[in-house]
Write a protein that binds this ligand. Structure first.
Ligand code: 4AD
Length: 551
């Protein structure tokens, strides 16, 4: 059987189980199919099949049993397809019929008042109208649908019964569609469960916009096992989830609590620029840009500007974005983060530490005193315990000793010595062991920024503090600032900074200088601690880090 055979002339079809291709094959010896079933489906039952199981065996007549088995399989597949077609046609007919069911509001009912879900409890028993997104959807039999409606202020179980779930919209409703429900909210009897222990029994409802189903359905875009890169890419959809939206809500309340704290102490809020021509925290993490032909940067910290406001409006704070060109992926570094910074005049280093402790404790108290936020905090972090005052105060030199005593070493196996920067991993190890917030104080001048003042009793170290918390590490960096002009000029020199563009900063030491200090707190790190999140990337809307600037 080596001659070329044309299928038009004969009924011989070639099947090569190893090298054949069903879809693009044509059953010739040059282009054989892969399976006998496919050959029968395409060519019909009246053919002769030559099958090759391996090149060594060559083509042989298919055995009678194999031919019969393949024919049976073809019949089964045809029956299955027929059944599916019937079901599909029945569904289509049902959907067509459903289009003729038009819902109207009962004019004898009292008018519905428009409410948001967080007002549902106080509106129980009245006829209301609530709009939102279909968060969850469950059909029970022909005559009942349970919808969990979400409007950003809460979740509300809504029930559609009878005709209300026979309409075309009801039959084709998909997750994340926007709908409006009309009906009365009643408390649930014991034994039944729903958000806020009540449900809306609809008397009328309408679709505002239907989200796609099938392949483009919301659930096909995201699922629990999705890779982290998919979750960052689809974060605009992820934030509709219960966890991510809870984090965003707590974040909003935290920002309010910080503002309320500072307001209660008479601070003025400042909104400083992000485009700058000076550095604050060293050149290595600056994002540089072309500013009308001049070199400029995205700000690393607004500290220097806050200092200039002290003689103008007194103690100040800001909540502004800071930028760091961090070149590695860690759980606590972002390229853009929300930075809470404060600056106070006529204070000592002790005053600075007291103010920091008060800020952290008072803000947490404020957040937990708001019932809805407290519930969200404990939903995300059931074991959270507010920190106890006073915070542990540990000098850098004692931390170096702690690391030695607890056998926490450098990567090369040697011990940390005075003057070494303590990197993230050993700092975390120490903080997690101590397991409470720590004020790590008095760092050597050489490993800190140019503006930090030195301790009067030991000129090797600065009046500086990092606040370390378990699970995250450093959440705050602060210090007293050099108030003497000559000393500041030496600081610029030590760090190789050209003082010229800092003339306005230096002027603070010329026109009425004073002892002053302040700090910067990373909002995302604070949230990662409070809400027990694995990474700061979960604690902001759209995280920016190396390799990601979308959405
Ligand atoms: O310790 P840092 O670099 O201090 C300053 O910028 C001071 N000028 C602040 C001041 O005194 N006004 O940063 C302060 C805090 C850190 O403790 C950390 O919480 C946060 O900012 N932070 C970051 N958060 C997320 N991603 C990054 N890449 C961060 N870099 C700093």
């Amino acid at each position: 059987m080596t001659e070329q055979i044309s299928l038009q002339d004969t009924d011989i079809v070639y099947v090569d189980e190893n090298n054949g291709v069903d879809d693009s094959g044509n059953g010739t010896r040059d282009n054989p199919y892969k399976t006998a079933v496919y050959a029968l489906q395409v060519k019909g039952g009246n053919i002769k099949i030559l099958i090759q199981k391996s090149p060594e065996e060559g083509y042989k007549d298919i055995s009678g049993a194999a031919f019969k088995k393949a024919k049976k399989r073809v019949e089964d597949l045809a029956n299955k397809a027929k059944k599916e077609k019937l079901i599909y046609e029945k569904e289509q007919k049902k959907l067509e019929e459903a289009k003729s069911i038009i819902l109207t509001q009962d004019p004898t009912l009292s008018p519905a008042s428009k409410i948001k879900i967080h007002d549902a409890i106080t509106n129980r028993g009245k006829r209301v109208k609530v709009s939102g997104w279909v968060h969850r959807l469950r059909t029970q039999g022909k005559d009942m649908k349970f919808i969990i409606l979400r409007d950003g202020t809460g979740y509300l179980q809504c029930i559609l019964t009878g005709r209300l779930c026979h309409t075309y919209d009801a039959l084709t409703l998909s997750l994340e569609s926007t709908i409006t429900m009309y009906g009365v909210i009643t408390e649930l009897p014991p034994g039944k469960m729903a958000p806020d222990n009540h449900e809306l029994l609809a008397d009328y409802w309408e679709v505002n916009h239907k989200a796609p189903g099938a392949d483009d359905a919301f659930t096909n875009k995201l699922n629990a096992e999705a890779d982290p890169s998919v979750l960052y890419e689809q974060r605009h959809l992820v934030i509709r989830g219960e966890t991510a939206s809870a984090v965003l809500k707590v974040r909003s309340r935290i920002l309010k609590a910080f503002r309320d704290h500072f307001d209660s102490k008479g601070f003025t809020e400042i909104t400083p620029p992000c485009l700058v021509q000076t550095q604050v925290e060293g050149g290595s993490t600056l994002f540089e840009l072309n500013y009308y032909g001049e070199k400029a940067y995205l700000t690393q910290s607004s500290q220097l500007y806050l200092e200039t406001c002290l003689p103008s409006v007194g103690d100040v704070y800001c909540i502004s974005e800071s930028y760091r060109a961090e070149k590695s992926h860690t759980r606590r570094h972002l390229s853009e983060y929300s930075h809470l910074e404060a600056e106070m005049a006529f204070i000592s280093f002790e005053d600075l530490l007291d103010e920091l402790e008060d800020l952290i404790c008072d803000t947490i108290d404020r957040v937990l005193s708001h019932k809805l936020t407290r519930d969200l905090v404990y939903q995300l972090h059931p074991d959270f315990k507010p920190p106890e005052r006073p915070f542990m105060r540990l000098d850098y030199k004692d931390a170096i000793q702690y690391l030695k005593d607890h056998d926490i070493k450098k990567e090369d196996g040697s011990f940390f010595e005075f003057g070494d920067d303590i990197p993230e991993a050993p700092e975390r190890a120490m903080t997690d062991q101590i397991n409470r917030p720590i004020f790590l104080c008095r760092f050597p001048a050489e490993i800190k920024s140019f503006y930090m003042s030195r301790c009067k009793d030991d000129h090797r170290v600065t009046e500086s503090v990092d606040v370390l918390v378990p699970g995250v590490g450093e959440i705050v960096g602060g210090s007293m600032r050099i108030s003497d002009m000559q000393e500041l000029l030496e600081g610029y020199k030590r760090e190789g900074i050209d003082p010229a563009p800092y003339y306005w900063y230096t002027d603070q030491r010329k026109y009425g200088t004073t002892e002053h200090g302040g700090f910067g707190l990373g909002i995302e790190r604070f949230l990662a601690w409070l809400l027990h999140r694995d990474t700061v990337k979960e604690c902001c809307l759209y995280p920016r880090f190396m390799g990601r600037c979308l959405p």
